[in-house]
Write a protein that binds this ligand. Structure first.
Ligand code: XMP
Length: 515
């Protein structure tokens, strides 16, 4: 394992991902982790992330200075390097010109950390402060026009620093550098593979659960489906999958999901039809947060009743992923104050909010994985692309894609429009070109003309976006022909709609969903 100490960089997770791409397991920890705690984990290497602070700022986050003498190789990235220099007696100052964007790296020592990194390669810089003089025993490995110490090393102590960000895709030699650190400097073996994960997870599930019963709430997404597969493989019929139909899924999806699990995977699923309850719970509600809250509460009540009916269960299986674990560890830092912050934009519901008398023990076999790793695991254990590559779909479903009040009539209209979007995207073979592509129904009406008739009906918004992780997104430049076909079909085939518009807002400032 390689541990990453996080100083509030937006790239910390990305570093972990790059390390894992070398098939070495890696975890992000708070910068406050002590040298003793690190010693207990016994990592083969430590990476210090970048961060928004300045090392000489009042509230700059510092790591435990004892880490320098643990004898474990350390790589400091950007802020991490500046901190290393400062704590070991070198100097860091605000530079006259900051350096942002691509820079050409001139290599002074092509061995060690920079083996196989080409002279003149592009690296991505983003810093206002620079190292002015190095601590004793350090040497310069590379420089750029603007930065005399772009990469540094204390060879003997295996302490390294880079001013650039090797983890971002724009850094051409970045992955070679990371491999050098991981394999040659830390002597790690490439053992973190999908097969190894499945084997280990299966063993751990069996050891933890034994012959106890486990409940799993299936949503049809890649996480809960992979989870169901893993658990079914590990404990067979000790697992009960429950699917709660809120009535806010896309057209035909609940039926397809149940069929797929029953017929193809031979995993029985308890289907709970709660459509009327959910619709009643949000009848007349127009405020988006209130809608989400009520759907969340209703979900928990239904879940509680049904799990009592089907139970008792000892464990609840949850599809918690690694980013959820890091996020809930509260790793955001406000760049101005240095305070840790977690900003809530929308409340996302899950079964975390269960009442105390229904406290399950949790099984969370995916908690070490990133989303792309879950997909790989899913593929390796036989999940079809239909599930693996499914676009993300929000828990409250279509209820937050109908702005304002949700009624049965509006749900029918949106389901039909949404089905046309999916059909046309699939027909054109471009489903995987989008992060998400869906329809939204606006609760207003506009005037149109069809045949010789004046119409007065709802507009449908098409929301197609590209994104890496859903945190930021760009509106997709979908082909006009595709948009035209979708628009024609929706207006002609869906009663109650007479206009189709395309959303050209990126995130930020917009969010992907409309509520
Ligand atoms: P926003 O709209 O915040 O969405 O830009 C970012 C991503 O999250 C999904 N999303 C949700 N997922 N429960 C979920 O499980 C929710 O309540 C929820 N709200 C938004 C959204 O589809 C997008 O992928």
């Amino acid at each position: 394992i390689i541990v990453i100490l996080d100083f509030g960089s937006q790239y910390s997770e990305l570093i972990a991902r790059r390390i894992r791409e070398t098939q070495v397991y890696s975890e992000v920890l708070s910068y406050r982790t002590t040298a003793e705690q690190i010693q207990e984990i016994a990592p083969k290497g430590i990476i210090l992330s970048g961060g928004p602070s300045s090392v000489y700022g009042d509230r700059a986050p510092h790591c435990d200075p004892k880490i320098w003498s643990l004898g474990i190789p350390i790589l400091g990235v950007c802020y991490g390097m500046q901190l290393m220099v400062q704590q070991l007696g070198g100097g860091v100052e605000q530079s006259e010109r900051g350096e942002y964007g691509k820079a050409s790296l001139v290599i002074d020592d092509p061995t060690d950390l920079l083996t196989n990194v080409n002279d003149g390669t592009t690296m991505w810089m983003s810093h206002g402060d620079s190292v002015t003089h190095l601590p004793d025993g350090f040497e310069v490995l590379a420089h750029t026009d603007n930065t005399p110490s772009a990469a540094i090393a204390h060879h003997e102590k295996k302490l390294y620093g880079v001013q650039f960000h090797p983890e971002v895709v724009h850094s051409i030699g970045g992955q070679a550098l990371i491999r050098n650190f991981v394999y040659h400097i830390c002597n790690c073996e490439p053992t973190w593979t999908t097969a190894a994960f499945v084997e280990q997870a299966t063993r751990e599930i069996r050891a933890k659960v034994g012959d106890k019963r486990v409940l799993l709430a299936l949503s049809g997404g890649v996480d809960s489906s992979t989870l169901a597969f893993l658990l079914h493989q590990a404990i067979g019929d000790k697992l009960t999958c429950m699917f709660i139909d809120q009535g806010f899924m896309r057209k035909l999806e609940p039926e397809r999901l149940i069929k797929l699990f029953h017929e193809q995977f031979h995993i029985p699923v308890q289907y709970v039809n709660a459509r009327d309850r959910f619709l009643a719970a949000i009848a007349g509600v127009t405020d988006p947060e209130e809608k989400r809250k009520r759907i969340g509460h209703e979900f928990i009540s239904v879940f509680e009743e049904e799990s009592k009916r089907l139970g008792p269960f000892d464990y609840l299986a949850q599809g918690t992923l690694y980013p959820d674990v890091i996020e809930s560890a509260d790793t955001n830092v406000d760049p101005k104050t240095g305070d840790r912050v977690a900003v809530k934009i929308k409340s996302h519901h899950n079964v975390g909010g269960l009442p105390k008398d229904l406290r399950f023990k949790l099984v969370e076999p995916l908690r070490k994985l990133f989303k792309d790793e879950v997909r790989r695991v899913g593929t390796s254990i036989g999940l079809p692309d239909e599930i693996i590559k499914r676009h993300p779909f929000p828990g409250p479903g279509l209820a937050i894609r109908i702005l304002g009040e949700v009624t049965e009539e509006r749900l029918d209209i949106l389901r039909d429009a949404d089905l046309i979007v999916r059909q046309e995207i699939n027909r054109n073979g471009v489903y995987n070109d989008f992060w998400q592509a869906f329809a939204v129904l606006l609760p207003i009406r506009s005037v149109g003309v069809m045949g010789d008739q004046r119409t007065y009906a709802y507009p449908i918004v098409l929301r197609f976006v590209s994104s890496e992780d859903g945190m930021t997104a760009d509106w997709s430049r979908a082909p006009y022909d595709l948009l035209e076909t979708i628009s024609n079909r929706i207006v002609n085939e869906v009663k109650g709609v007479n206009r189709v518009v395309y959303d050209i807002t990126s995130k930020p400032p917009g969010t992907i969903e409309w509520e």
